[in-house]
Design a protein around this ligand. Structure first.
Ligand SMILES: [Zn+2]
Length: 264
């Protein structure tokens, strides 16, 4: 299962270590989209989605502008829906934790990291310290609270996950490039009917795509632990789920099942 808080933390940590690392644009988009989706979903459930998929970072910033309180130009404060609301704890008064969303800084970051149409001659821009600092500030939200220090990005699993974040961001950019009319057409396709293959009496139906939410991920391989988690390509949004990603997911799922039912 895709964990928004975990993905936000991994990507933010990657940018803290090196904000010019290869794929930084996708890593920034993934960190911001996941953080905002978690923050928005905790406060105004449902407004983080557009049909089957999660809204883009700039659409999520629109939601925050609409519902949040602007305390300075481009800076929005959100109250914590689950945190302490001014009650006493061990004689100390705990104030509600507010989350600061620097919408202005993020819009600039999105402009830097989104490939602009008709801008081939534009000088490539890089993210600044202020963009990474604004991402870290989001961690005050009770829906995130991620331990950044936990991520050793040299580890194989973290490298696989980070590469997957870059790939998810790429597929989302592809969806945006298609435009809403073409996307509506793809949403209406019956992928199960059109793409199910039958081989030696085995039925291979498409899987749900974690990026666009449609049942349009065509399986090429399955994980080695359970033989259930599919790697493949989404014919709707172009996302490619690698075998490494599927295999690690299969490993985690197999562990969860062993813990839930030790006799198996
Ligand atoms: Zn997809």
């Amino acid at each position: 299962m895709h964990d928004r808080a975990l993905d936000y933390a991994r990507c933010t940590q990657a940018l803290r270590e090196d904000r010019e690392r290869p794929g930084f644009a996708g890593i920034f988009d993934e960190a911001l989209t996941n953080a905002l989706a978690a923050i928005v979903a905790a406060r105004w459930p449902g407004t983080e989605m557009r049909g089957s998929r999660v809204k883009s970072a700039s659409e999520l910033l629109d939601v925050i502008e609409e519902h949040g309180e602007e305390t300075e130009v481009g800076v929005f404060e959100l109250s914590d829906p689950h945190g302490p609301q001014g009650q006493e704890l061990f004689g100390r008064r705990i104030g509600p934790v507010r989350t600061t969303v620097r919408v202005g800084v993020f819009r600039e970051g999105v402009a830097i990291t989104q490939p602009q149409r008709h801008a081939r001659l534009q000088v490539a821009l890089l993210l600044g310290d202020e963009h990474v600092a604004a991402l870290m500030e989001l961690n005050d939200a009770s829906s995130l609270r991620a331990p950044f220090a936990e991520f050793d990005l040299e580890q194989y699993e973290q490298r696989v996950a980070l590469a997957d974040s870059v790939e998810r961001a790429r597929a989302r950019t592809y969806i945006e490039t298609l435009g809403s009319e073409e996307w509506a057409r793809r949403e209406a396709v019956d992928y199960e009917a059109d793409y199910t293959e039958i081989e030696d009496d085995e039925r291979y139906a498409p899987h749900e795509c974690p990026v666009c939410g449609l049942r349009s991920l065509i399986e090429t391989r399955v994980d080695s632990y359970l033989g259930e988690i599919a790697a493949g390509t989404c014919v709707a949004c172009s996302y490619v789920k690698t075998y490494d990603v599927a295999d690690l997911e299969g490993r985690d799922e197999a562990l969860d099942r062993a813990i839930a039912d030790p006799r198996r």
